[in-house]
Design a protein around this ligand. Sequence first.
Ligand SMILES: Nc1ncnc2c1ncn2[C@@H]1O[C@H](CN(CCC[C@H]2CNCc3c2ccc(Cl)c3Cl)CC[C@H](N)C(=O)O)[C@@H](O)[C@H]1O
Length: 264
Amino acid sequence: MSSLAELREGYERFDPCAYLRNNYLPPRADFSSEEFVVPWKLRCLADTFASGEIRGQTLIDVGSGPTIYQLLSACDHFEEIVATDYLAVNREELGRWVRGDPGAFDWSPFIQHVCKIEGRGEPWQDKERRLRDRLRRILPIDVHRPDPLGAPLDPPADALLSAFCLEAVSPDRAAFARALLHVGSLLRPGGHALLLGALGESFYLAGPARLPVVPLALADVRAALAGAGLALRELRSYEMPPALRTGVDDVHGVFFAHAQKPPQ
Ligand SMILES: Nc1ncnc2c1ncn2[C@@H]1O[C@H](CN(CCC[C@H]2CNCc3c2ccc(Cl)c3Cl)CC[C@H](N)C(=O)O)[C@@H](O)[C@H]1O
């Protein structure tokens, strides 16, 4: 059983570069087959946004970390993308990419893959530019607070996205469910929630940091969504192949959930 103190201490040592290397370079960033985890994640998001049903003014991404891959399909359907993270080092890493600073992480393989699977023949530089134009706010967030941003989002977000955050910051299942309830308050009635997360994981590494994770089963995800008043639309899961169990964490699988907050 981890504690909030252990989590906070762990995140003080979180190294964004090591984190990016562990999860977003080969072997995990292998685009050669939909069997690999990154293409699977990008496919879930591209398929969900392809219908055009999920759109609006603002999408908020909870616990963005130093990554933008999760926003590549979303950015075509929202005027503004709000990224958030608990750590300044991650918010700074995101800022470097948005500004196109030298030394920023190269997401072009991810952008090229998303343009390919979206099948519109869009030049990847156009999507890169669109996301940079629309990613206008990078805010501090703490999902353990009832008001995670410190103040209500006004107006509330039309959609909420969160990838691998809630289970990686919660000491136990009750904390995971509470965090989901807290972030759900940022979403307008009728708004859509898209969650990606790890199943059966107890830790992950980010350089000198070793972060505890609450091991979830799909039933825990279903229960937390119900507890947060979010109606499940779709729940998919993926089993991490042995080749991708590289020791940077002990993830067994990944879930993708599409849920919707009931209209007023
Ligand atoms: N109180 C807090 N409140 C809010 N946010 C907090 C808090 N405390 C810490 N955070 C912030 O959460 C972010 C969690 N971060 C870890 C991902 C887990 C990682 C290891 N587990 C399995 C796995 C991973 C990644 C990819 C894949 Cl495929 C798998 Cl399987 C998500 C980043 C991004 N979204 C990503 O998708 O990579 C981090 O940036 C903290 O700074």
